[in-house]
Design a protein around this ligand. Structure first.
Ligand code: SF4
Length: 114
């Protein structure tokens, strides 16, 4: 299922994950709770660079496409959809080119300009 394009207005920020010189927001709601990075309930991560971590199949197209290396692989061993995901480790470096969004085969990436 594609990422919920309204997640920033209809979901809640429930946690943060350390990035490189930034904090990455974690978003969840009643139907899609967050239960920790080592769980199978991950929610959506990121604000400028949003990824639905439960739906992400971890094919890595976004990591390869990013011209400024925003992403790094992150282990999610208990996720049903994939055991690794793209962590937006350097989210503030995003230049809003939307390459990651357009190459994602399952539409789980959403770029949001400030
Ligand atoms: S929008 Fe462009 S710069 Fe930003 S994370 Fe995606 S590929 Fe990288």
């Amino acid at each position: 299922m594609a990422i919920d394009e309204d997640y920033q207005s209809t979901w809640n920020k429930v946690a943060t994950i350390p990035g490189e010189d930034c904090e990455i927001d974690v978003w969840a709601n009643d139907e899609r709770p967050y239960e920790g990075t080592d769980s199978d309930k991950l929610g959506i991560w990121g604000t400028v660079v949003g990824v639905d971590m439960d739906e992400c199949i971890g094919d890595g197209a976004c990591i390869d496409a990013c011209p400024v290396e925003v992403f790094e692989w992150f282990d999610t061993p208990n996720s049903t959809a994939s055991k690794q995901k793209p962590l937006m480790l350097r989210e503030p470096e995003c230049i809003i080119c939307r390459a990651c969004e357009s190459v994602c085969p399952v539409q789980t990436v959403l770029i949001t300009e400030d």
